[in-house]
Design a protein around this ligand. Structure first.
Ligand code: NAD
Length: 304
């Protein structure tokens, strides 16, 4: 049996249409569009490509962008000045500091993220927003974990990738009561927040990591597997059962220079019920969720 393929590019495009429609209506009503500020430090090619993609998607959604590009030699104080200015700028609803920061600045990432006004933290990485998530509250949840949840909703719906649907409202929010979820990875960026989002939907969640004993046996129990490790093709076909939904967050560069996930896609797709590809899966949804959060932040500002 072959699994339902969860096409992130397609799902992200439906989200973009939804966000564009709402941005148009609200911009006409309030006289200004949502604004997203992106701060890029240094010239890491992958970060530059990500920031470029975010700009293009924002434009498609009707979100205005404010780009700041700083040299890799920029000081922490210089970056802070830009964050503070964006915090005060009423046209900016969301602030994204592109990670990883270059060189020694990377050890300052936590401080810099904590300087972003929590209501503009569209990446959902501010400790205040992460604390709210822990409490089952809050609005701004980090983008990749949110994208994972939307993929699970698609997996459990009657909608198939490529269907001619008008809105993501046609994909119901799934109640995961009674389902066992195993998240592989415990990072602050992905593993922990996705675990709390799964818990919020009533799944029974196990967090596995590099010190977990007999990982394959733990994963085999799962109705939902989320792999967020960074190890090429770690999850094999005999790690999953035939009803499992497999969400691959991993992005690994192969020796040939192509991108691949943490899941051995070709074999696992023959063994489970639904699966995300890499590329073309969760990564696409991460950007769409950044736009979703920017819109939420704008709507919160307009409702004050
Ligand atoms: P990380 O390095 O911070 O965390 C990796 C986690 O994997 C750790 O908690 C570690 O305990 C666990 N781990 C490592 N080796 C393991 C093993 N052999 N068995 C079980 N667990 C193991 O990484 P991260 O930031 O969480 O990212 C994970 C992956 O997801 C990376 O490939 C990253 O590039 C990718 N990623 C993708 C997106 C996206 O938008 N698709 C976003 C963020 C991260």
């Amino acid at each position: 049996m072959s699994a339902k393929i969860l096409d992130g590019k397609w799902l992200a495009s439906i989200y973009e249409q939804d966000i564009h429609r709402q941005c148009q209506t609200l911009s006409e009503k309030f006289g200004s569009a949502p604004g997203l500020a992106v701060i890029l430090v240094g010239d890491n090619p992958a970060s530059k490509a990500y920031v470029g993609r975010k700009g293009k998607v924002a434009a498609r959604c009707g979100i205005q962008t404010f780009d700041t590009r700083l040299a890799a030699s920029a000081s922490k104080e210089e970056i802070l000045e830009h964050i503070v200015a964006f915090n005060k700028n009423p046209e900016v609803d969301g602030i994204l500091l592109q990670l990883p920061l270059p060189g020694e600045l990377s050890s300052e990432s936590d401080d810099l993220i904590a300087a972003i006004a929590p209501e503009k933290d569209v990446d959902g990485l501010h400790p205040f927003n992460q604390g709210l998530l822990l409490q089952g509250k809050g609005v701004l949840r980090s983008c990749t974990p949110l994208g994972v949840m939307k993929m699970i909703d698609l997996a459990l719906s009657d909608v198939k990738s490529g269907d001619d649907i008008e809105s993501t409202d046609q994909i119901p929010v799934a109640d995961l009561s009674g389902k066992k979820a195993v998240v592989i990875g415990r990072s602050v960026l992905v593993g922990k927040p996705v675990s709390f989002l799964l818990l919020e939907r009533n799944a029974t969640v196990t967090i596995a990591h590099s010190r977990t004993k007999d990982l394959s046996a733990v994963v085999r129990e799962a109705d939902i597997v989320v792999a967020a490790v960074g190890k090429e093709h770690l999850v094999k076909s005999d790690w999953v059962h035939s009803n499992a939904i497999v969400i691959d967050v991993g992005i690994n560069r192969t020796e040939q220079g192509t991108l691949t996930g943490d899941v051995a896609f070709d074999e696992v797709a023959q063994a489970c019920s639904a699966i995300t590809p890499v590329p073309g899966g969760v990564g696409q949804m991460t950007v769409a969720m950044l736009m979703h959060n920017t819109l939420l932040s704008y709507m919160a500002r307009m409702s004050q």
